[in-house]
Design a protein. Structure first.
Lengths: 112, 158
């Protein structure tokens, strides 16, 4: 399956462990060891989740992943909220138009 | 003219709902959603779009097809099939936007109370067992979670 940046963000956010990691990173940067502490998971399992987050552009890491802290990158999250917002805006704008359209139709029915 | 709010809710990992009140009788609101001469007048989203194609075969198994055109030349297309049609109460239909999104199932209900008709669309993404499920489920959960995360980030930035 081809993955556009938005789909990669959605896929990365689909997992509860990855969401918990992101929530932890909101408090500030952390090492892999610190990030794995709350989970009953091995370091390599956590690293796998971090790689998914990194590919989705949600976190930044140093080259020596074991030592350099992970940092949150919020830009892709903004893309997701923009997507949801567009969906809501589409319906909201259409429904506003429907309000006045219904008024017109009601008036016309009344005149007939 | 009424000033009602469009409400978007996450019902579960697989479902969202969009609801809105209208100051008009239910039959009229139902027709506005199901007759091409009405639909093409208002289902246009933000400014700048028109709907040159609006085909509706309103019966179970019947197809629908919408094409939008923007003044700058961009085109958008959407199509699906009706599964259930109960005038003026309920419509169940499938919806598909291009190949990159999974097909969704929409249940639209029209309820009337006094002079107000409430339209509620429940959008269901494919089940967890579906091939696209990880993505689709993550889509809605992700949207909600990313709002939460953004809230926290904004709170922290202040």
């Amino acid at each position: 399956m081809q993955t556009d940046p938005l789909s990669a963000t959605f896929a990365a956010l689909a997992d509860p462990t990855r969401r918990a990691i992101l929530a932890r990173l909101i408090e500030g940067s952390a090492t892999v060891k610190e990030l794995s502490a709350p989970f009953a998971m091995s370091g390599p399992a956590i690293s796998k989740h971090l790689r998914v987050l990194e590919r989705a552009g949600l976190i930044k890491r140093g080259r020596e992943a074991q030592w350099r802290p992970c940092e949150l990158d919020a830009a892709p999250l903004k893309d997701v909220t923009e997507w949801a917002d567009r969906y809501r805006k589409f319906w909201d704008a259409s429904y506003r138009r429907l309000d006045s359209y219904l008024d017109q139709v009601k008036e016309k029915d009344h005149d007939d | 003219m009424t000033t009602s709010t469009t409400i978007l809710r996450t019902l579960s990992d697989e479902e969202i709902s969009i609801s809105r009140d209208f100051a008009a009788p239910r039959e009229l609101v139902f027709d506005a959603h199901t007759k091409p001469e009405h639909v093409s007048q208002w289902l246009l989203g933000p400014e700048g779009w028109s709907m040159p194609v609006c085909e509706i075969d309103l019966r179970p198994g019947g197809a629908w097809h919408y094409v939008w055109q923007h003044v700058d030349g961009e085109r958008m297309e959407m199509h699906g099939e009706y599964r259930e049609v109960v005038r003026p109460e309920r419509i169940v239909n499938t919806e598909r936007w291009g190949d990159e999104w999974p097909e969704t199932l929409h249940t639209v209900t029209f309820t009337e109370q006094g002079d107000t008709t409430t339209v509620t669309q429940v959008v269901r993404y494919p089940s967890k067992d579906d091939r696209d499920a990880a993505l689709a489920t993550g889509m809605m959960t992700g949207v909600e979670r990313s709002f939460d995360l953004l809230d926290q980030l904004l709170a922290q930035a202040q």
